[in-house]
Design a binder for this molecule. Structure first.
Ligand code: NAD
Ligand code: AKB
Length: 315
């Protein structure tokens, strides 16, 4: 049984991932960690350690204390907050990842870390973006993601560290709120649909981006860390996607359940420019071939589940 450390465990992905890992691997085999504590179901049971990933000694201390063999490294800053503080993003996303890979090299740990659709840029083919293609992103977040993908490849090829990862699209969830990305509108819209039956989108009509519901995103992590290494040609940065829509497509899906729902626009130029630089839709055939990636949720199934689950939560 794996012994897993999750960094950035109080974020959008980590909060739900830790609960799922505890169910699948056992409460005693999962150590959650984050830099800042706040109210979270992560504290309901199991281990939690305060960990700033900029402190390499502390990473070693925790991995040794719990005899960790696998790290799911989620500590990071996202695209929109990154543009308002690029220096802080570089430090967390790059020095944090480097520290983690060094500890992994010294202690023979496996490391899963997510990349993003942000690793692509305006010169990348936008439709069915291939697995291996042009990567010239224009955000500091995207630059850190490309560098991170390469660094993980390097640690595998040079030192034999078992690095693995996916390029996530925008993730939609009903647990922790998203942490300052460009795709966050696709989460906020559900909260506002239930509370006020209207939403003002900062992303323009017609802007398509890949998206995925959190249960599929969590399955992807477990499937990939458990995948047979001899079948992995890419290892890091697998394109994965579940759906692609623009705000109007999302509105139409919500209107199937809340017919009076209204969508207005007040476009934010910073996040719009980022969205415009990302793909419309990814080709995820490498993930499908190499480790049987196959998402369960399409847009309408996700909308139904989001509205049902959030409806209960917001009562
Ligand atoms: P998030 O912003 O919700 O959570 C990140 C967590 O990292 C936060 O809890 C924060 O406190 C923590 N953190 C920040 N700096 C830290 C530090 N120095 N030390 C320790 N912890 C620190 O992010 P998320 O959405 O959960 O994303 C996790 C990973 O997945 C990131 O690498 C992100 O780029 C990637 N990803 C996310 C999405 C998405 O839509 N959520 C899409 C693509 C890729
Ligand atoms: C963001 O919008 O920054 C993230 C991502 C797609 O990486 N959700």
């Amino acid at each position: 049984m794996k012994k897993i450390l999750v960094t950035g465990a109080l974020g959008q992905i980590g909060t739900e991932l830790v609960l799922k890992l505890r169910k699948e691997y056992g409460v005693d085999n999962v150590v959650a960690s984050d830099r800042n504590r706040h109210d979270s179901p992560v504290f309901d049971e199991g281990f939690f350690e305060d960990l700033d990933v900029l402190d390499a000694n502390r990473i070693s201390e925790i991995t040794n204390k719990y005899k960790v063999d696998t790290v799911i490294h989620l500590a990071a800053m996202l695209s929109a907050t990154g543009e308002s503080n690029p220096q802080a993003l570089w430090s967390v996303n790059m020095t944090g990842l480097y520290n983690m890979l060094e500890v992994a090299r010294e202690n023979k740990l496996a490391v899963f870390t997510p990349s993003s659709i942000a690793a692509f840029g305006p010169s990348t083919p936008k439709i069915l973006t291939p697995q291996d293609t042009i990567q010239r992103p224009t955000t500091i977040y995207g630059v850190s993601k490309v560098a991170g993908e390469l660094l993980c490849d390097y640690y595998f090829n040079k030192f034999g560290v078992d690095t693995r990862g996916v390029r996530y699209p925008g993730l939609i969830s009903n647990g922790a709120m998203p942490g300052g990305g460009t795709t966050d509108y696709a989460v906020h819209i559900y909260y506002e649909a239930l509370k006020n039956k209207k939403y003002t989108s900062y992303i323009a009509k017609g802007t398509k981006m890949d998206m995925m519901y959190m249960p599929d995103a969590l399955d992807a992590i477990i499937q990939l860390i458990e995948a047979d290494p001899s079948k992995l040609i890419h290892r890091n940065a697998f394109n994965i996607t579940a759906m692609s829509f623009d705000p109007e497509g999302l509105k139409e899906s919500i209107q199937k359940y809340i017919p009076e729902f209204q969508l207005e626009y007040d476009v934010d130029p910073v996040r719009q420019k980022i969205a415009d630089s990302w793909p419309d839709s990814l080709d995820d055939s490498a993930a499908r071939q190499e480790w049987n990636w196959n998402p369960k949720y399409d847009l309408d199934r996700m909308t139904q589940d989001m509205l049902e689950t959030l409806g209960k939560k917001l009562k």
